[in-house]
Design a protein around this ligand. Structure first.
Ligand code: BTX
Length: 325
């Protein structure tokens, strides 16, 4: 890792406590003058510090770049994000991640870009991926699980994303079953879980994550303007995407490890706590039918349980849902 990013990492970790030039010099085993030079260099790149002679440096602003070496400097993971494929523009990070997985890419490999020209959601729907505004990424995961468990990773990811977004921004999105995060009822995040598998074993899970981060209202095209929102709109200020990516990788690694080791129970509890689906009357549209009822819970397989008006429970494996008023 370049030393300048070692400095950035420490400034991020310190949050609102200043770090002295001496401390940085000691920890990185460089001179005070070298620290000062790196700080100048970072300032030229758009970082802003509050520098007080007695206390040291306090990070005020960091430029919003997805430079892989910056992401890596901020990582707190064992494997996730240790391998990063980063491009300005890709068709879809999912498509590229599928290819890399087939070629043997390691567990935790990250594919990320500034813009997708063919970003996709479920059922080949389009996912709008404006340049430089969001996080468009896919993680190649190689958990030791059976194919029927793959859909649960959507719920694992939803919990991990809620934690990461809260840590970095203080905003708490609500999880809408099965694969969206909402803020004030508007979509800020979509999750797309795909897999490569043999009949009894998963070879790879390709975890696609799309987050509207620094969009302003006018950045959303007409098609999604009335249903989409961004973290920036909700927070009122710009967010450092690299810092958020690093946190996402941290929680994705931690929660998937927990899921594989201990099963779904704990994830299910966290999921239900953060969900805006459970407890509400909803309309679920599957490929063939529509059901209306009260969402009462999810099973340990992540299947949605709907209490229909005739008192029976209908289990919904896959559907689009809307709140019923
Ligand atoms: P989904 O099928 O649940 O949602 C797709 C629907 O969401 C679209 O039909 C549209 O109405 C709406 N939509 C499209 N773009 C946006 C947006 N930017 N913000 C809010 N709403 C939108 C959700 O699918 C899963 C999306 C995963 C996207 C990631 S990005 C990285 C990876 N690569 C890739 O091609 N897909 C995944």
């Amino acid at each position: 890792t370049p030393i300048k990013y070692e400095i950035v990492k420490r400034l991020f970790a310190a949050k609102d406590k200043p770090i002295s030039g001496q401390q940085l010099a000691d920890e990185l085993q460089i001179s005070r003058t070298a620290v000062w030079k790196y700080m100048k260099q970072l300032e030229e790149e758009g970082y802003e510090f509050e520098a007080t002679r007695k206390k040291g440096y306090l990070l005020q602003k960091s430029p919003d770049t997805l430079d892989p070496s910056k992401i890596k400097a901020l990582l707190e993971t064992e494997r996730f994000g240790r391998e990063i494929i980063y491009e300005e523009s890709l068709t879809s990070t999912q498509t590229i991640a599928h290819q890399l997985a087939q070629e043997g890419a390691l567990d935790g490999t990250l594919v990320i870009c500034e813009e997708q020209t063919e970003g996709r959601g479920r059922l080949m729907r389009e996912w709008k991926s404006q340049k430089g505004k969001g996080i468009w990424m896919s993680i190649i995961m190689r958990p030791d699980v059976a194919p029927y468990q793959a859909p649960q990773f959507t719920l694992v990811a939803a919990v991990a994303l809620t934690y990461a977004i809260f840590d970095v921004t203080g905003v708490s999105p609500a999880i809408k079953w099965p694969n969206d995060l909402l803020i004030n009822g508007m979509k800020c995040t979509g999750i797309l879980t795909e897999m490569q598998a043999d009949p009894d074993r998963v070879n790879a899970i390709i975890m696609g994550i799309g987050i509207n981060v620094n969009h302003q209202q006018e950045d959303f095209g007409e098609e999604i303007a009335s249903i989409a929102t961004s973290l920036r709109i909700s927070l009122g200020k710009e967010i450092d995407r690299a810092a958020l990516v690093a946190k996402i990788l941290y929680y994705m690694e931690a929660f998937s490890k927990q899921y594989v080791a201990e099963g779904f129970e704990k994830i299910k509890t966290l999921w239900e706590k953060n969900s805006c689906t459970i407890g509400n009357r909803i309309k679920a549209t599957t490929l063939r039918e529509t059901f209306i009822g009260k969402a009462v819970g999810i099973t340990k397989d992540g299947v949605l349980q709907l209490l229909l008006d005739d008192g029976t429970i209908k289990e919904i494996i896959s559907a689009d849902i809307e709140l019923e008023k």
